[in-house]
Structures are given as C-alpha cells and as structure tokens.
Design a protein. Sequence first.
Length: 215
Amino acid sequence: MCKTLKFARSTYYYQLKANNPKNTQNIDNAVISIFLKSRKNYVTRKIKVILAQQNIMLSRVKISNIMKKYNLISNYTKIKYKHSNTTDVTYKYNNLLNQDFDSYKLHKVVASDLTYVFISNKWYYVCFLVDLFNREIIGYDVSLHKNVKLVESSFNKLQFSLSNIKIFHTDQGSEFNNNLIYNLLVKNGIQKSYSKPGCPYDNAVAESTYKIFKT
C-alpha cells in the first residue's frame, strides 16, 4: 500500500509508533529533560540534534508543539509583540527588598517562585511560599499546569491569616502578575514586590530553596 501510494514505509511505521500514548509521554519527557538540562537555553534546532543522538527522530514542528504544551520558553527566544489583553492587567511594582533578605519578622515577608519536578514519569510544577524570617516553607502546591491557580492554591494552604503578610516578593512571571493575585493581595493589605527582569539574585531565597529541594 505504501509503495502504491508512494509513501515511505519508515514514515508510516514511525507515525504508528509515535501514536502510542506511552511512547508519546516518553518523547515529551525526553524533550523536557533536554530543555531543563540546558538550563532553559536550547531551542528546537539544538533539541532535535540531541534527540537524534538518542535515536529519537522528531521534526522541529513536533518539538515546538511539545514545548508549547509544557510552556517551555528558551532564554534566547526573542520576545514578540503581543496585542494588549483587556481581560487582564499588567501591574507595575517596585523591588521593595533590593536583595535584602534578612531581619524580617515572622510571616511578614514571603518570597515565591515556580519550578519543575519529575514525579512518576511526569513533569509537575511546584509553587513554594518561603518565609524570609527563617527560610521556612509555609505553603506549597503541585500541579500539572503552570498558572495562577497554582499560586492561589499555595496561599490557600497557609496555616495563618493572609493579613499577617506585609510583602509578597516574586519575579515578574504572569502567574504572579495578574488580576487574581492583585485582588488577593489588595484584599489582605499585602504589598507586592518584584525582581528586576532577568535578575535571579533579586529572588535568591526562592531560587536557592528550589536548588536544595531538587538535590
């Protein structure tokens, strides 16, 4: 049939194998693993080369689709123009900490960030809330999706009133900069503090917490 239709047999068998759900998840995991090991630097071209070395043949389009599925954005991806979104607002805040992470009272200043963890052959997102008083993880949640709901559910797991918090410090990710988090903070009288773009040192406590956790 392939010969009659002038269709390569290798392409037919490859598609047949790739449609296996278990194999599809393995391919997704391979792409994610390569991307994370590159410290989020590799794009589709480089990932394709490394996959080929592992005898996994994928097109750059397929790799791009997997990266979009898991929200994997390379550090070298150029920022493209986006039309303004009237359903959400970008809020501007100052860096209230300026890399000063010490001498705060209990529950007064909380830092946060998101990271990846590999559990039961799947990649999950984790959100930690870290108290700068003693570097204790006071709230956290895990999800298959990297979105504002993950941050909100982490707040919901706190064992004390949100009104105790005076400053909430994060990077400028969309998971932290949106209407839902803005309203949550305003309702509880919490000031928002942001790191400078591309400066992990401004959120060093959260970054180091994830490093220890992964170790």
